[in-house]
Design a binder for this molecule. Structure first.
Ligand code: SAH
Ligand code: SF4
Ligand code: F3S
Length: 496
């Protein structure tokens, strides 16, 4: 039996897809890279914006025909939209066989088997956070998920892995769906996390990314001792074989000096901080229920740059939130200019029914205005990204080689971005950014000499394209940066 998984959404979903694949492979299934010959097609879904959901429902619509032509084939919908829509998925797409919430991956194999055996639709989701006076512990348990099976073959690269350190979110930003679809915030025990990191290192993993919706809010108390993210970083740093650690995504008010100092001092902690600001105007931050002011965010930016040498900061922004005026939007532009982010993920506000923003304020910024603001902010950000990149020309740096660039490996699924579904240009190697003639020359000289265009990442998570051989994947190399495009650096290998 063969399965195919299609993933949208954030790093949580990327990891969940990996774990779901591991469950199926352990049960004897084979994973395919396309759905053509699959017996089971799984959609791992995102609800953060309406557009992400509509794309899934239309993809499901297209599969209806596929399913009638392939008797016995199955369709499963997992992830955040499964949790949010529950039975509605069956109503909108009656040929779906399994609906599985984010905390229920361990039940995937059983439910798929049950659907195959009985022909009946199967549903497993967490307890609705807002369903009456449910006990918080009960709700937490219904989302609880241990991340046990890490098979090397289900990761894009053996040498890189994500490790979940916490589930859910308790911040309740007014626009956001995540606290209701991912359940209450809960941190995994340091022992569980450390065991997983050790197991990954034993598999040959050299780089881990610790993930959580508000990863720096991590807090685990046992026997009177509280472990925070800074402590975890220190523990992971001591694991033999792990040379790089990053963590995403951070919440601005939980960024303690201890944490920044840990990033500065620990050899494995990389100088890369993803700490979404969301907006640059206090009026909007307040309405968004973010718990800081823009002044505090600017202070945080100053603290990061002054504590961590060579730090790269990245952010997320929402444009066109309820009532956003042109002046307020310009304050976001000002913040981007001030913070000089490495890159920003920019999203047009999308109303999510049922949450605070949808109940209280009108989604009143017209779509064209949202689009224009999105493009304007992106243009400002791209210029800053390009300036940063130009500043690296002539410098030497160490990269972890990932593999052939997308241009070289068309057709092979590669997870290159923080958000698998982002409606804008992401910093990928072949983003269509203008590349100069000297780069074209570099590429063609690679072709002539039998080399391929490879990519790697710097400590601050910038992508470097260089000419090399495929066997360098997974190794650390020194490169000299010779050219820069807005989203990509071009380098040459430095002889060692
Ligand atoms: N936990 C992360 C963000 C997870 S959601 C954090 O708080 O930093 C990823 C991003 O999607 C958010 O940072 C936000 O910029 C965007 N987003 C969330 N809800 C949205 C909505 N209703 N409309 C548009 N963008 C949204
Ligand atoms: Fe959503 Fe806010 Fe939680 Fe991030 S911190 S997941 S934006 S509620
Ligand atoms: Fe989307 Fe769920 Fe992540 S809603 S952004 S996949 S937590």
């Amino acid at each position: 039996m063969k399965f195919y998984i299609e993933t949208v959404g954030c790093q949580m979903n990327t990891l969940d897809s990996e774990l779901a694949a591991a469950e199926l492979i352990t049960a004897g299934w084979e994973r395919l890279e396309s759905r053509k010959d699959a017996d089971l097609v799984i959609f791992n879904t995102c609800s953060v914006r309406e557009h992400a959901e509509e794309k899934i429902y239309s993809a499901l619509g297209r599969l209806k025909h596929w399913k009638t032509q392939k008797p016995g084939s199955l369709i499963a919908v997992m992830g955040c939209m499964a949790q949010k829509d529950k039975e509605i998925v069956f109503q909108r797409a009656p040929y779906v066989d399994v609906v599985l919430g984010p905390g229920k991956i361990d039940q995937l194999v059983a439910l798929v088997s049950a659907a195959a055996a009985t022909g009946l639709q199967q549903l497993a989701v967490g307890i609705d956070r807002f369903a009456g006076k449910t006990d918080r512990r009960e709700v937490m348990d219904s989302f609880r998920l241990y991340d046990p099976k890490r098979l090397t073959q289900t990761r894009p690269h053996v040498f890189q892995a994500m490790v979940r350190i916490m589930f859910g979110c308790d911040k309740f930003c007014s626009y956001c769906v995540v606290p209701s679809v991912r359940g209450p915030e809960q941190s995994r025990s340091p022992k569980e996390i450390l065991d997983e990191v050790k197991a990954l290192a034993a598999q040959g993993c050299v780089e881990v990314t610790l993930i959580g919706q508000t990863v720096n809010s991590y807090r685990y108390t046992e026997g009177g001792k509280t472990t925070r993210l800074a402590d975890l970083l220190e523990m992971v740093d001591s694991v033999e074989g792990i040379r790089r650690v990053r963590f995403v995504s951070s919440y601005p008010t939980d960024m303690t000096d201890e944490l920044l100092q840990a990033v500065r001092d620990l050899p494995s902690a990389m100088p890369y901080i993803h700490v979404p600001a969301q907006h640059g105007a206090n009026s909007m931050l307040k309405r968004m229920r973010r718990r800081y002011t823009v002044e505090e965010y600017r202070d945080l930016v100053d603290r990061i740059y002054s504590t961590i040498p060579g730090a790269a900061i990245t952010s997320d922004f929402i444009v066109g939130f309820c009532g956003e005026t042109e002046e307020e939007f310009q304050q976001t532009v000002d913040l981007v200019r001030y913070a000089r982010f490495k890159n920003s993920f920019i999203f047009k506000y999308s109303e999510r029914p049922g949450n605070e923003a949808a109940k209280k304020w009108e989604d009143d910024v017209p779509e064209e205005v949202k689009k224009r603001r999105n493009n304007e902010l992106l243009a400002v950000q791209n210029e800053i990204s390009a300036e940063w990149n130009r500043s690296f020309v002539g410098q030497e740096t160490e990269i972890l080689v990932e593999g052939p660039s997308k241009r070289e490996s068309r057709g092979i699924a590669q997870e290159e971005t923080l958000y698998a579904e982002c409606e804008q240009t992401d910093p990928v190697a072949d983003s269509g950014a203008p590349i100069s003639t000297s780069v074209e020359e570099l590429i063609s000289s690679a072709k002539n000499s039998g080399l391929v265009q490879m990519t790697g990442r710097t400590p601050c998570d910038r992508i470097v394209v260089f000419n090399g051989t495929r066997d360098l994947a997974g190794t650390f190399q020194r490169v000299k940066i010779v050219e820069a495009a807005p989203f990509t650096l071009f380098g040459t290998l430095v002889e060692q």
